[in-house]
Structure formats: structure tokens, C-alpha cells
Design a protein around this ligand. Structure first.
Ligand code: SF4
Ligand code: SF4
Length: 100
């Protein structure tokens, strides 16, 4: 006889969090590689800002220029480095960063 499967409504809830709670969860500790900005190559086009899925590229509101990466939330996916048209972002292994 086939075992009866639970209906989805009968399944226990997972770790469901309230909406709008992403700022509470710093996802930067997942990272194995971090993006490092190379200012002399940057033309401040903000393709990296558009491409980052985590909103981890900060723009200086006064100067309108690239400011920094927010490493609290950057997961190190490397999309910014891949999309940068000027090769102004280098991905560096976190262990190499720790040695410095
Ligand atoms: S995509 Fe590259 S050149 Fe454009 S703002 Fe970002 S780092 Fe600078
Ligand atoms: S590595 Fe990924 S998460 Fe980090 S700043 Fe670049 S695009 Fe955003």
C-alpha cells in the first residue's frame, strides 16, 4: 500500500522570517572571495552597482562616485568583477586578505 504523503499545509514551517528583514542578516560571512576596488581604473559607471544582487556596492551621495563595498552583505559572487568594463574590481581570496 502506498504511503500517504503530507499535504503542503501539514508540513512544519521552516525558518520563515518576516518580510523586510534582510538587513538583520549579515550574509558577508558566506564569502570565500571578496571584491577589491582598483580606483585608478574605475570610471564610476556603476554597472557594478546595478549588477550586484545584494546591494553591496556603495555610492557616495555627495561625489556621485564609487565609495566602497559593504562587506557585511557582499557574498563574494563576483558578478561585479565580471561585469565591470574596466577591470577595476579584482576578486581576492579571503585567506589572502587575512594574511595582510
Ligand atoms: S563597474 Fe567598474 S568602472 Fe564601473 S563603477 Fe564599478 S568598479 Fe567602477
Ligand atoms: S561580489 Fe557579488 S555580492 Fe559582492 S559586491 Fe560584487 S556583485 Fe555584490
Amino acid at each position: 500500500m502506498e504511503e500517504k504523503k503530507a499535504a503542503w499545509k501539514e508540513l512544519p514551517e521552516g525558518d520563515v522570517l518576516e518580510g523586510g528583514s534582510s538587513l538583520k542578516f549579515k550574509t558577508g560571512n558566506w564569502r570565500t572571495d571578496r571584491p577589491v576596488h582598483i580606483p585608478e581604473k574605475c570610471i564610476h559607471c556603476f554597472i557594478c552597482w546595478i549588477a550586484c544582487p545584494d546591494g553591496a556596492v556603495k555610492v557616495n551621495a555627495e561625489t556621485g562616485k564609487f565609495e566602497e563595498f559593504n562587506y557585511d552583505y557582499c557574498k563574494g559572487c563576483g558578478i561585479c568583477a565580471h561585469e565591470c568594463p574596466k577591470d577595476a574590481i579584482k576578486m581576492v581570496n579571503e585567506q589572502e586578505v587575512d594574511k595582510k
